[in-house]
Design a protein around this ligand. Structure first.
Ligand code: BGC
Ligand code: BGC
Length: 625
């Protein structure tokens, strides 16, 4: 608790609430949840007026989101009155990936929307999940797992604020973030998207992120719409027999969360209560099921719990093609989801199909007009709140913001976040901090000089990618070189050979980038190549510091025993200088584990509060100098 400054009295309220049971937790926080979301319904007069002028086609269009990459003909924006467009994980502008191309693309698409009869602007959504992470040159912050280890809501808010500014520089106005998942099983490939296995951390940091993205008002031109995801229980899935979408023999991603309601409320719901309190304008129902029923089909969860009980007044956006997963028949799936409370459908390439099918359903009386009006009201409230309907204000990109895109100031904030996110796991013989005057340091490892590995998944490409062409930034190797004295000799080999005669070694190893189901793993081992690197370094007989680059705790027992010092650096992003700040003592480590570190995969799932809790490192562990 000490890590949160006392500005956050909500935290205290939250802690007290957690002591109570699920239902009481909701009612305890109801008051402020209602008052915050009021601001969205305060636009209802204007919304009603506009709604009364809209045809069924125009209404359904507002509920339809297409992928820019998959739009068959840009005039479809007019024909189908599209209310929203997204760029998914691999959706660069056709002119290539650059700040100018992204901005041009946004303007081009938005102009089509302005061409429609009512000229309702589109919401353009991207996964700006750790910075404006699709765009080359953006500053990339640590993934949420690292931010969780800072326990610092103000750094999370700042990261989100800067992300919002960089997103706005491209004209884009919506991020599918924050992810307020509470991962309970590190074998899940999305573990790093979560701040913590502990809902108490998630609810505070998730709320801070919403404050950062949406600013003090959605109406501010530097604010973007936030989206809390994935509602609900995405981090609580149970493994079964079979293979996942990537043919990996573990079925955690998009799986089934088999827990009772009290557990769902205690672990997975708190992050939604606090983000609604902060006024989050959109929420994404999850791919996963709860006790066998897909969340996107669950009327109790979407309408009763989220809208009525928690008081959410924004809109729900389905996950990528998630509606089609509800049942074999697409038409039935749409009816089930919309009737359950889904307001907008992410139908990357099936948007035409979705549009005509939903129209049929309405005409056949299978989806009531009142449900359509409710969905469109929720979407339009947000558009009004964002100032998109203000005729005196341009909704095209403000290119003056380009000069701050990826700027040194923004990078400095990310460097600060990196410093605070590092967790010192071992420091024998006080090998750390390293003296800047050390005669010779040998650096090795596949991730020592690799921006792509540092950034992980959801960076430029959906799965991320290894290498320094990914985007600009400071690798850990260059950060080390920047930091040492002019008399220090820094030598480097990827495979750890040639370390003989150095005063000490720094080995940067761990996981390669992945996202979603591609990252599900039942082994969590260090790649063989990296083990070999470590062994080569070991032969030199010098003290070794290991910097782990990983999206989650991985199995390190052997390396831990055979090295003097180990730092968990998670997926720090583009600002590797923050790692050097800690290595050389310019910043004393303060990070604390936001996940339990298991001794073996067979211990998983293992989480704080379990009985028979005997991990390698406990939740909250972290040394300093
Ligand atoms: C992911 C979401 C993401 C969406 C759009 C889905 O596959 O589950 O987290 O926001 O794609 O890229
Ligand atoms: C898209 C991602 C999306 C994923 C879902 C990818 O092709 O680029 O945005 O999350 O598919 O499966």
């Amino acid at each position: 608790m000490l890590f949160f400054n006392n500005r956050f009295s909500l935290w205290i309220v939250g802690v007290l609430c957690t002591a109570l049971t699920g239902v009481m937790l909701i009612s305890c926080q109801m008051g402020s949840a209602m008052s915050k979301s009021k601001s969205l319904s305060s636009y209802d007069e204007q919304v009603k007026q506009l709604l009364s002028q809209m045809t069924l086609d125009e209404k359904i269009g507002q509920m339809t989101q297409a992928e820019q990459d998959a739009i068959k003909d840009l005039n479809d924006i007019e024909t189908y009155f599209l209310g929203s467009i997204l760029s998914g994980g691999n959706s660069d502008p056709k002119e290539g990936n650059s700040l100018a191309a992204w901005t041009d693309m946004y303007d081009r698409l938005q102009k089509h929307a302005l061409n429609t009869r009512l000229g309702i602007p589109i919401l353009y959504g991207v996964d700006a999940v750790h910075g404006h992470s699709n765009v080359i040159g953006a500053v990339i912050f640590p993934h949420n797992i690292g931010l969780g280890c800072t326990r610092n809501p103000s750094i999370v808010e700042k990261a989100a604020r800067i992300t919002a500014e960089e997103v706005r520089a491209t004209g884009i106005n919506w991020t599918f973030a924050p992810c307020v998942t509470v991962p309970q099983d590190e074998r899940w490939g999305r573990t790093y998207e979560g701040f913590s296995e502990d809902p108490n951390v998630v609810k505070v940091l998730g709320q801070a992120a919403v404050r950062g993205f949406q600013g003090s008002s959605l109406n501010n031109p530097l604010s973007i719409l936030a989206c809390a995801k994935h509602f609900v229980g995405d981090g609580g899935t149970t493994t079964g027999t079979g293979t996942n979408a990537a043919n990996i023999s573990i079925t955690l991603d998009q799986g089934d969360t088999r827990v009772d309601e009290a557990t769902l409320r205690r672990i997975h719901l708190p992050g939604y209560i606090t983000t609604v309190q902060a006024g989050v304008g959109s929420i994404m129902p999850s791919y996963n099921s709860w006790n066998g029923l897909k969340c996107s089909a669950n009327k109790y969860l979407l309408t009763q719990v989220l809208n009525q009980e928690i008081g959410f007044q924004g809109f729900l956006i389905s996950d990528y093609n998630a509606i089609a997963q509800i049942t074999q028949d697409y038409k039935d799936a749409i009816a089930i989801s919309i009737n359950a409370g889904m307001d907008m459908a992410m139908e990357p390439s099936k948007y035409r199909d979705f549009f005509t099918t939903l129209k049929e359903l309405v005409n056949e009386g299978k989806v009531p007009m009142s449900r359509i009006d409710d969905a469109v009201t929720r979407i339009l409230r947000v558009k009004f709140a964002m100032g998109l309907m203000d005729k005196n204000r341009s909704v095209l990109a403000d290119r003056n913001l380009h000069k701050k895109f990826g700027s040194p100031g923004h990078r400095q904030a990310a460097r600060e976040a990196v410093r605070q996110s590092l967790v010192l796991l071992k420091n024998q013989n006080k090998v750390l901090p390293v003296s800047k005057k050390t005669t010779r340091i040998h650096v090795a490892g596949n991730s020592a000089d690799d921006i792509g590995n540092q950034c992980g998944g959801w960076t430029i490409a959906w799965q991320g990618q290894s290498g320094n062409v990914t985007t600009g930034g400071t690798t850990i190797l260059s950060a080390i070189k920047n930091t040492v004295s002019s008399n220090t000799n820094v030598t480097y080999s990827v495979d750890g050979t040639g370390a003989e005669g150095a005063s000490m070694g720094i080995v940067v190893i761990g996981e390669r980038p992945y996202a979603e189901f591609m990252g599900d793993s039942d082994k969590l081992t260090i790649p063989d190549q990296d083990v070999e690197t470590f062994n080569n370094m070991k032969k030199a007989g010098i003290p070794l510091v290991v910097v782990l680059i990983s999206g989650r705790p991985i199995m390190i027992n052997d390396i831990l025993d055979r090295s003097e010092s180990v730092i968990a650096a998670w997926l720090p992003g583009t600002e590797g200088q923050g790692v050097a700040d800690v290595l050389f003592g310019d910043y004393k480590p303060t990070g604390k584990l936001s996940f339990t570190w298991p001794r073996s995969v067979s211990q998983i799932p293992i989480n704080i509060g379990d009985k028979d809790y005997d991990p390698l490192f406990k939740y909250g562990y972290g040394l300093s100098y």
